[in-house]
Design a protein around this ligand. Structure first.
Ligand code: SPM
Length: 289
């Protein structure tokens, strides 16, 4: 798999985003290998910093990664009244862990990542994200998130799934039985938040994932953020709560701007939080009917 030609990397994915592609100009290919699970490339780009690419799909760039990592972490954490114990499934670059450990109420973060090589390479080439692994609140397990949850029942307040796209190995993380497993791994009132795809590209898939979540969770919603290096510059999160009185667009933990700055949050604020749940009418009608 080689999508680099004349110093340009192009994200070509006929199944997920047919007829369009996003390209980044490359300064240098820093690393390339096939791990046990996937094709891994790390490249230095002209304008987006260092970029991690898995199976030909951009996972994060050092220029814009904070938007995704802060939002997938802080949206569910700030909706939960006491998010002491958190599980992260995936997230091998460490960026989500870096954000989750910042939350003042979080005491323990457990993370299960299947591909040890992504963790090792992120420590070497993406230290500003992989610093999440160095925090004393974090315990990393290399393994399968599905199997991990089968033996951890009613343990977590929040479960965050930072997966790649619904193709290949990550497909099961978007399905109904995954939501059932997460429900069983949560304490009463627990919240889940998963990479949910974009309404521009994955409209029916998002709806299907929300429906799967809705079979096991009392409240379900979809929130969005902008990430220029993802296709359409856009990505969403499917969020579910076991609490039937949950109102996702009203965070129970609110931060002043000075707290936001001391937490070194660059995208998430208590004002961005409710705005993330505001959807265009054509999307809202379809997702919440
Ligand atoms: N910690 C960052 C990992 C990012 N995981 C999600 C990557 C998704 C990339 N593709 C987005 C396409 C949306 N349809």
């Amino acid at each position: 798999m080689n999508f680099i030609k004349n110093n340009w990397f192009s994200e070509i994915q006929d199944e997920l985003w047919p007829g369009q592609m996003f390209s980044l100009k490359i300064k240098e290919v820093l690393h390339k290998e096939k791990s046990k699970f996937q094709d891994i490339q790390i490249v230095e780009t002209e304008t987006y910093g260092t970029c991690l690419i898995l199976d030909g799909i951009i996972q994060c760039t050092s220029r814009d990664e904070f938007s995704y990592q802060e939002m997938i972490g802080f949206l569910p954490l700030c909706c939960h009244p006491n998010p002491q114990k958190v599980l992260i499934v995936g997230g091998g670059d460490g960026g989500v862990a870096r954000e989750v450990v910042k939350h003042p109420l979080v005491k323990e973060v457990h993370q299960v990542e299947i591909d040890e090589r992504v963790v090792e390479l992120s420590k070497k080439y993406l230290p500003s994200m992989a610093c999440g692994f160095e925090n004393s609140k974090l315990k990393l397990t290399i393994g399968d998130g599905f199997e991990y949850m089968k033996i951890h029942k009613e343990e977590f307040d929040v479960i965050i799934t930072d997966s790649s796209d619904p193709i290949g190995p990550a497909v099961s993380l978007f399905q109904e039985n995954y939501y059932k497993l997460m429900k069983n791994a949560l304490k009463p009132g627990g919240i889940v938040c998963s990479q949910g795809g974009s309404f521009w590209l994955d409209f029916d898939y998002v709806k299907k994932t929300m429906d799967g979540c809705g079979k096991h969770f009392a409240k379900v919603a979809y929130a969005v953020t902008s990430v220029p290096s993802y296709p359409c510059g856009h990505i969403g999160f499917v969020i579910g709560s076991l609490d039937p009185n949950q109102n996702f667009s009203e965070p129970v933990t609110r931060f002043t701007k000075s707290q936001i700055d001391s937490l070194n949050l660059k995208y998430y604020t208590s004002e961005v939080h409710p705005a993330a749940f505001a959807l265009p009418r054509w999307v809202e009608k379809h997702f919440y009917k």
